[in-house]
Design a protein around this ligand. Structure first.
Ligand code: FPP
Ligand code: MG
Length: 324
């Protein structure tokens, strides 16, 4: 099912999220609004606001009340991407020049900070401190994930567990937070809040696993960034971690050489893809992603049937079958 079909139950609220996003980035400093709008209008899929709105609506909330919080989560996501592109020295984001390539690192860091502050002011706007707590916890964990990823760069001893911990922190925590805030806004019980948090966590892991597979398999035109970027940055993701477990010492040497080369031409990328294909590690990584999508869906058994629940189930399937 396409993402737009999945989002049909919250279509008009997602449009309202767009309005809030453009209102909330206004600033007397023109460059702030320009750079914030640039990242926010850069083809983001709005998965996190969709999660927040779908969970809130599934639990019976009049979902227009949740719209500003959906916008806040998207602003935090945008802030994290601005910072991430600085950390990675990325030149492309979603097929367009990254903010840092356009305005430099200083502006990207500071506009990211601005977005995070504006998002925080929305998070405290209804006086429910549980929302601010959920959001700050998620950002704290996201940051820890990014730090761990940097620490484990080019580390060939990294295990599957280490990798899964990193992606749970750096990506899945914000997915979990989106669902959790939807639940808090709807006044859900602790049991429901925890189930939705776990749904988001497993969905986020499935999503990042797929992202890391697409880094090897997708074309630059579709994926919006250069293939093999993770490898180029010394980032060992599941397809490579599994290959290192399975391959012979010559092939281990080839993988290590390529990772440490810090540059990746097409011939080199082909070489590594041959090793991944030989040992079936792309398919094995997809199996892992599907397992997490299935765990996400299991958390939804607690909820009665609804259109929104169907969409949350479809989103788990979509997260592992997408091509972008
Ligand atoms: C993209 O992942 C980046 C993230 C999932 C998280 C980035 C988080 C931070 C920089 C922490 C700071 C947070 C805030 C809110 C300011 P990726 O690098 O795997 O994907 P990519 O290939 O699209 O860059
Ligand atoms: Mg990155």
């Amino acid at each position: 099912m396409s993402l737009s079909t999945i989002c049909l139950p919250i279509q008009s609220e997602l449009r309202d999220v767009e309005t809030v996003l453009s209102e909330k980035v206004s600033s007397p400093v023109e460059l702030v609004s320009t750079a914030a709008n640039y990242i926010l209008q850069n083809g983001g899929k709005r998965i996190r606001p969709a999660l927040l709105l779908l969970t809130a609506k599934m639990l019976g909330l009049k979902v227009s009340n949740a719209v500003p919080f959906g916008a806040a989560i998207e602003m935090i996501h945008a802030a994290s991407l601005m910072h991430d592109d600085v950390l990675d020295n990325a030149r492309l984001r979603r097929g367009k020049q990254s903010s840092n390539a356009k305005w430099g690192n200083q502006i990207s860091i500071l506009v990211g900070d601005f977005l995070w502050c504006r998002a925080s002011s929305i998070a405290i706007s209804n006086g429910n401190m549980k929302i601010l707590q959920a959001v700050t916890e998620a950002v704290e964990k996201t940051t820890e994930g990014e730090i761990l990823e940097i620490v484990r760069c080019n580390d060939f001893n990294i295990t599957q567990e280490d990798y899964l911990n990193i992606i749970s922190l750096k990506t899945a925590m914000l997915f979990a937070c989106s669902c959790r805030v939807g639940a808090i806004l709807a006044g859900a019980s602790e049991k429901f809040e925890a189930a939705l948090k776990n749904y988001g966590l497993n969905l986020g892991v499935a999503f990042q696993l797929t992202d890391d597979i697409l880094d090897y398999t997708a074309s630059e035109e579709r994926f919006g960034k250069k293939a093999g970027t993770d490898m180029c940055e010394g980032r060992l993701t599941l397809p490579v971690i599994l290959a290192l477990d399975r391959c012979n010492s010559n092939e281990t040497g080839t993988i290590k050489d390529l990772l440490l080369a810090n540059s990746l031409d097409n011939a080199r990328l082909c070489e590594i893809k041959n090793i991944l294909n030989k040992y079936g590690t792309i398919e094995a990584s997809f199996d892992a992603a599907r397992k997490f999508a299935s765990l996400a869906k299991d958390e939804l058994v607690h909820f009665k049937p609804s259109l929104e629940k169907d969409s949350l189930i479809a989103l788990a399937d979509h997260s592992v079958s997408r091509s972008v």
